[in-house]
Design a protein around this ligand. Structure first.
Ligand code: ADP
Ligand SMILES: N[C@@H](CCOP(=O)(O)O)C(=O)O
Length: 293
């Protein structure tokens, strides 16, 4: 079984825990029956013993494979990781979605993407990464009980994501602990209104007002203070024509949306100013997780 799952950029500024989109940077997993458990890992994290153990993937795969098949069998897992880890590109969501897709596939149980998404919610309680990782495209999502309610919009091929990946990680869990427990009404309305406006802009493909819609007062600035050079990344991207420039998820990556015609120029300006960071120009993904036997 072959599984491919995209990276995702969540929040998109004010859409904390609700807005997110998928980009064409994918982890791939091959699963084959085997006499004994064997793992191989290439790419991101391949030199990290904790990542190589793949405990997050294996624990979710084994739990759900047993739930679905009633058996515990051995497999060979071959991981090709292209999604930087703990950088705000939804690497944990990609693992969760891939493990669930693999468990259903290897157990021979028919499933749809909505089932995978609702199962993924058990492992990651904010839906803004898992939803685009499953569905692809731009998604607005909310949670009611144990279900995700979401709406997808396919992204046009004339847009690109210019992502700046710093050389330092930010754990999502730790990054959430620095956020306040309470917010002033003004801050909440500031972000709430822009998240709603951004959704309307994405759904109507109105790209030229995203700079207004993508401002936030709930989480972004507080997180960027953990890596102050990110303020300069944002300033540089906007100066060179980015449609919007936001912290990707909990960071450290910065997500810059651009027209394809401007993307390379923006990327080069960022590479020149931040040679210590990786800069990728990526197409937007509309497929989400895909599998084939
Ligand atoms: N390719 C991978 N293989 C194994 N574990 C992974 C992989 N990607 C992510 N993880 C797990 O997810 C954790 C990162 O999750 P998180 O801090 O939410 O980062 P991100 O912002 O990328 O989602 C890692 O510490 C690891 O436990
Ligand atoms: N809404 C979450 C998104 C986390 O995204 P990730 O890619 O950093 O895991 C948050 O802001 O904590």
């Amino acid at each position: 079984m072959f599984i491919s799952v995209p990276a995702t950029s969540a929040n998109l500024g004010p859409g904390f825990d609700t807005l997110g989109l998928a980009v064409d940077l994918r982890n791939e997993i091959i699963i084959k029956p085997s006499k004994f458990l064997s793992l191989s890992t290439h790419g991101e994290g391949a030199d990290n013993p904790k990542i190589k153990k793949n405990s997050l993937f294996l624990s979710i795969f084994n739990e759900n494979y047993k739930r679905l098949s009633g058996r515990m069998d051995n497999f060979r897992f071959e991981f090709t990781n292209r999604i930087p880890i703990s950088r705000g590109l939804g690497s944990s969501s990609a693992v969760i979605v891939a493990a669930l897709s693999g468990a259903y596939g290897m157990a021979g149980v028919k499933y749809n993407k909505r089932e995978i998404l609702n199962q993924a919610l058990r492992y990651e309680h904010h839906p803004d990464n898992i939803t685009p990782a499953v569905m692809g495209g731009f998604n607005v999502a909310c949670v009611e009980g144990d279900r995700v309610y979401s709406k997808k919009r396919r992204m046009p091929d004339y847009l690109r994501a210019v992502v700046v990946v710093p050389n330092r990680t930010i754990s999502t869990a730790r990054s959430r602990t620095v956020l306040p427990k309470m917010y002033r009404k003004e801050e909440t309305v500031y972000s709430l209104s822009r998240a709603a406006y951004m959704t309307a802009l994405f759904m109507s493909e109105s790209w030229d007002l995203l700079r207004i819609a993508s401002k936030d007062k709930l989480h972004q600035a507080r997180r960027m203070k953990m890596m102050p050079e990110l303020f300069d990344v944002q300033k540089t991207a906007l100066k060179h024509g980015a449609l919007m420039s936001t912290l990707s998820g909990s960071g450290s990556t910065f997500f810059n949306l651009a027209y394809e015609k401007d993307a390379e120029k923006i990327a080069q300006s960022l590479r020149d100013r931040f040679p210590q960071f990786r800069v990728f120009v990526l197409a937007l993904d509309n497929n989400g997780v895909t599998t084939r036997n």
